[in-house]
Design a binder for this molecule. Structure first.
Ligand SMILES: [Cu+2]
Length: 487
């Protein structure tokens, strides 16, 4: 049976009645799970941080006691109330979770945004644990750090292991609207030769590669020039220093909440063991350097050496030397200042690791009942980004699928930029790269570099209207977005 709250979350509710109904429920009535489970309040609010010695007004998602986001346990209901304390409408998406579609937090798809002063309630079971995150799906609020960790502990977590969450973000003092306007303006200055397709070639970095478009061209990266890169809201000029036990075990939960920036995680002299991507277990991969695209997460286990020392955990911007990070301080070690430029520039992200990842729990092998080919397309001249040459509008038709089907999405990147593609409401498995089938990682966001073909498979087991889009914020806003629908 639908609770009153679930009805309130429905897409049919208008913003006004949505707000009134939500307010009328205060104090909380008992939900489907009874009175027992307390409701966690999350407030969307303005806050100040200091970046490069200057004060910056950004957003945050915090509990009344100041805790960013949520840490909870698998099996518990996800019972939250989101209170909008900012001056504009907002709505929060639970990235990687599989709620009923009306609680997915995409304005105009799952339901209306929460008006200023209003609130919305959520209540759904947590089917699996792992490292997830939450972020506003409204406008460009994510660029102003409207994001927070969403950690679900499960049987993989060990009491003898210190958990450290590292949230990465890109930061600009330029307001997001202006960033977007400048992207459109500078795009229109691309010489006509660079606009000729197919495939359309992005500007700047890829200009040199114009004669050999697509995969052969150097990918176009980092078209927003950020003022800073943040790890837990701080730069390397004043990084977070986290005490760890010499000889102890650490689980890094790295979340890339950046709007537009991908990184290579540099563990320095520490050997890491990658145990999960986007929350889902993979056969462990050892290494000191791991790529992370926008919206992805990495769980990396570390064994801290017994000798006191400080160990930076860095994120180096792809195709650049700029870096951010946190410092792990084991014992009474001196903490040296880490420069904001790495010695060596990082390469652009590849699919080398993706092709090696193997899920610990694959989908049941099964032929696809339905296959959709989705070309990742764009027109750099107008800064229009699209799927199958359709820049999304509310009139765009959803991709049809049906309940119970095994669905495969073939993504072919025909542009000069990499696109991290995210499916809402379902975990998927990477099953093919460039024609080679393999039982890859189960995850919710996969990178498709220029000229590459990536196939994902999922089971249609959560009926509704679901978003599928590029997670680069300005590509998403420009129209690289579609929906899937089934009942
Ligand atoms: Cu994109």
């Amino acid at each position: 049976m639908l609770s009153r709250r679930t009805v309130v979350m429905g897409a049919l509710a208008t913003s006004a009645s949505f707000r009134l109904a939500a307010q009328a429920q205060n104090p909380p009535a008992s939900g489907p799970g009874g009175d027992a489970a307390p409701r966690t309040v999350l407030r969307l609010q303005r806050r100040n941080i200091e970046v490069n010695g200057k004060l910056a007004s950004v957003y945050g998602i915090r509990q009344p006691d100041g805790t960013f986001g949520i840490t909870t346990d698998v099996g518990k209901p996800f019972r939250t109330r989101v209170e909008n304390r900012i001056e504009e409408p907002s709505l929060v998406h639970w990235h990687g979770l599989t709620p009923p579609w009306q609680q997915d937090g995409v304005p105009g798809i799952s339901g209306p945004p929460i008006l200023p002063g209003g609130s919305a309630d959520y209540d759904f079971p947590l089917r699996f644990g792992g490292t997830f995150w939450m972020h506003s799906h409204q406008g460009l609020q994510e660029q102003l750090l409207m994001a927070a960790p969403l950690i679900i502990r499960d049987q993989r977590d060990r009491p003898d292991q210190q958990e450290i969450v590292v949230m990465l973000a890109d930061f600009s003092f330029t307001p997001p609207d202006q960033i977007f306007a400048e992207l459109k303006k500078s795009a229109s200055k691309v010489p006509p030769a660079a606009q000729a397709g197919p495939p359309p070639i992005a500007k700047k970095a890829s200009m040199a590669g114009m004669a050999t478009p697509g995969a052969a061209a150097k990918p176009d990266l980092n078209d927003v020039k950020y003022d800073a890169f943040l790890a837990n809201d701080r730069t390397l000029a004043d990084p977070e220093v986290i005490k760890v036990e010499p000889g102890g075990r650490v689980l890094l939960r790295i979340i890339n909440s950046s709007a537009m920036s991908a990184y290579h995680i540099d563990l320095g002299t520490l050997d890491g063991e990658l145990t999960a991507v986007d929350g889902f277990a993979v056969t462990p991969v050892r290494g000191r350097n791991f790529p992370i695209a926008v919206a992805q997460r990495l769980d990396i286990r570390l064994a801290i050496p017994r000798t006191p020392a400080s160990y930076p955990v860095l994120a180096v911007l792809e195709g650049d030397s700029k870096q951010t990070g946190v410092i792990l301080a084991a014992g009474n070690a001196l903490v040296a200042r880490i420069p904001e430029l790495a010695k060596m520039p990082s390469s652009s992200l590849t699919l080398d690791l993706e092709g090696r990842l193997r899920s610990v729990r694959s989908l049941t092998p099964r032929r696809a009942d339905r296959v959709h080919t989705i070309n990742l397309t764009g027109d750099m001249a107008k800064y229009i980004w699209s799927l199958n040459n359709v820049a999304w509008t509310p009139n765009a038709l959803p991709l049809p699928i049906a309940n119970g089907e095994r669905v495969e999405l073939i993504m072919v990147n025909q542009t000069g930029m990499p696109h991290p593609m995210h499916l809402h409401g379902h975990e998927f498995q990477v099953v093919e790269i460039d024609g080679k089938r393999f039982p890859g990682a189960v995850r919710d966001t996969v990178l498709v570099p220029p000229g590459r073909r990536v196939v994902i498979a999922f089971d249609a087991n959560n009926p509704g209207l679901w978003a599928f889009h590029c997670h680069l914020l300005y590509h998403l806003d420009a129209g690289m977005f579609t929906t899937l629908k089934y009942v």
